[in-house]
Design a binder for this molecule. Sequence first.
Ligand SMILES: *Cc1c(COP(=O)(O)O)cnc(C)c1O
Length: 419
Amino acid sequence: MNAHPFISEERANSLAEKFGTPIYVYDEKTLRANAADCLSFPNAFGLTVRFAMKACPTAAVLKLFHSLGLHFDASSLYEVQRAMLAGVPAEKISLSTQELPADFADVLKLGVKFNACSLSQLERYGQSFPGTRVGVRFNPGTGSGGTGKTNVGGPDSSFGIWHEYADDVEAVLKKYDLTLERIHTHIGSGSDPAVWQKVALQSLSLVRRFESVETLDFGGGYKVARVEGEKTTDLQICGAPVRDAIAKLAGETRRKLHFEIEPGTYLVANAGAVLARVQDLADTGENGRKFIKLDMGMTDLLRPSLYGAQHPIFLAKKSGRSVSENTESYVVVGHCCESGDLVSCAPGEPETLAEKTFPQAEIGDFCIIGGAGAYCSAMATKNYNSFPESAEVMIEENGNARLIRRKQKLEQIIQNEIV
Ligand SMILES: *Cc1c(COP(=O)(O)O)cnc(C)c1O
């Protein structure tokens, strides 16, 4: 049986002993390697890599990426503030948000960059900051995502300003004496590299139309393989034609466009895992199923229930127990009182049970859920069934495991209730 890349059976036992389960585990070495990969994205005249922090907003991860020279993409004003609390300077943060709250100007005036994602946002920005430089997120008319839920371009998507409304954008810019310095197009998470390329090249026509634009921000969406059969985007292959097109544009117009990319998934997905305990076993008779019940579930990892997302699952034996030669097929389920709390579901089918084959499991063994660095801790059904938020641990480069977020206490779950 193959093993998880950075949590061996021995490590699963030692981590559980030290920190308990369930825990999120991040691997600093992998985070660093992923950052280096993104920083070498093909570009003609300079590159800024922004970590889309919604994928994994824990301070220790933000601090590490900040120390490696990454900038940040925030998807809400709260994320901007969270990044600043983690020590990220305002000018390294860019806000692209679906909801611009009333007090946005107080935060933006600290030096945060802004992409207006609707005409009304651009208007409100102009009222607060006339005569300044601004970015605009366009919906380029095409989208692509790993699932319908993560496709954020095209006519069925509310993200960004529809590309045919460039005249309206122009009018608002004029009205408030704004300079459009940046065009942003993010079309989806897990997007098809061919569609991504097509959109990136299309966005050059918007750049031609707005002569003040100096930066083209392509967003994120670079696919990562979590399980066999999936394919990780090769950033070098993906970015090369876009780099060439921009070099060509420079030849024609002397405009040297700066590149920005905003990977979330690519930077963190395979750098994180959930270490969970097999807390019970069940079966439904001779012609039924065998189930592994974990001490985690949709409260820690929602992606299978939400998208039918596939995560690799590894079984690790508790230390000291005898080895059985037999294997079994199991459905792996979470601890919530919902049949939808499935960890092993069919691809793209959140409600269809899928079986995984492991060495015979015993209560007290571990399951390691891989590919859980992106949109797992960040996007869980927090406190459902009143389960607390799980702890997070970083395996440092030297192999030392360090607690980076404590497990939530019951008092913290109820602290804002008024009785
Ligand atoms: C979510 C998001 C990203 C990151 O998407 P990934 O698929 O995680 O790479 C980048 N930019 C914006 C604006 C986003 O909303």
